[in-house]
Write a protein that binds this ligand. Structure first.
Ligand code: C5P
Length: 287
């Protein structure tokens, strides 16, 4: 039997821009993505003898069958490589909230792909593994690669960026979920007013300038929120800024909001302030 346990880090969008709606129903995006220390833990066991596949979500309210992205990733891996797992068990220990804009499901899928590559040892480059990931979901290629990257196209065209400088990140998920397809459906690209300056974010990262990166945080999805959703998101952003955040924005299709801090003391104070009102507040670092 083979067994490997890997961390599955969440991602943040330092920027998220929507360029156009495509014929295939997807959107062309331009996003600066960052892996963070908030993570799930994924254990993959192969050659368990059964021949089938099982997913254990550790009690989290997630599908434990073929609809789970971790299962889909393993199935896509075996189809693409011709390897057979000889009975596979996937065990997910969830910490990343679902429907939060942090790619929790994609992170688990990417960890499954990386673990299966290490356990089954097919002749496969990192880029080929990312391509298998693209079949599972738009955020999976970035989650396979990790770090800091520009993601374009559906999210599968990746270009490494300089890392976000060491900092403290406070994340807060308000008590509602925003399903990604529903939020994309609200977008009229030509009606978007404020787009991120991706070049300025790239320059801020290249210069290792955390203050400038904080100023460039921008997510076009914030423009398509309902007034009630927007009120909640801006309330959290204002709380983060009041406690010293260098910038704050929503990540992905939301609704999680995050702020960047250079000082741990201020980050911990911001975390404490938000915890008085919200149940899902996290402190993390870039990785
Ligand atoms: O690729 P994934 O299954 O994660 O995408 C979920 C949904 O998000 C898609 O069905 C689509 O509605 C939307 N999406 C999009 N354009 C992208 C990525 C996702 O419209 N680039």
């Amino acid at each position: 039997m083979g067994e490997l346990t890997l961390k599955a880090p969440a991602k943040l969008n330092l920027t998220l821009d929507i360029l156009r709606r495509r014929e295939d129903g997807y959107h062309d995006l331009r996003m600066v993505m960052q892996s963070i220390s908030l993570c799930d833990t994924v254990t993959v066991r192969t050659e368990t003898g059964g021949g089938g596949m099982t997913v254990d979500c550790g009690g989290a309210p997630l599908p434990a069958g073929p609809e789970n992205l971790a299962w889909k990733a393993a199935a896509a891996f075996f189809a693409a490589t011709g390897c057979s797992g000889g009975g596979v068990e996937l065990v997910l220990q969830k910490r990343i909230p679902a429907q939060a804009g942090m790619a929790g499901g994609s992170a688990d899928a990417a960890a499954v792909l990386r673990a299966l590559k290490a356990l089954c040892r097919p002749a496969l480059s990192g880029e080929e593994l990312e391509k298998i990931g693209a079949k599972v979901g738009s955020d999976v290629p970035f989650c396979v690669r990790g770090g800091t990257a520009l993601a374009e196209g559906r999210g599968e065209r990746l270009h490494d960026f300089s890392p976000l400088p060491a900092c403290w990140i406070v994340l807060c998920k308000p008590n509602f979920g925003l399903p990604t397809p529903a939020l994309f459906a609200r977008v009229r690209v030509e009606a978007l007013c404020r787009h991120p300056d991706t070049g300025a974010m790239e320059a801020a990262l290249a210069a290792g300038d955390l203050c400038a990166a904080g100023r460039q945080l921008c997510n076009v999805f914030e423009e398509v929120l309902t007034p009630e959703e927007r009120f909640e998101i801006e309330k959290i952003e204002n709380s983060l800024r009041k406690n010293g955040a260098l910038g704050a924005a929503m990540t992905g299709s939301g609704p999680t909001v995050f702020g960047l801090f250079s000082r741990e003391r201020e980050a911990r104070q911001a975390e404490k302030t938000l915890k008085a009102e919200y149940s899902q507040v996290f402190l993390a670092n870039p990785i």
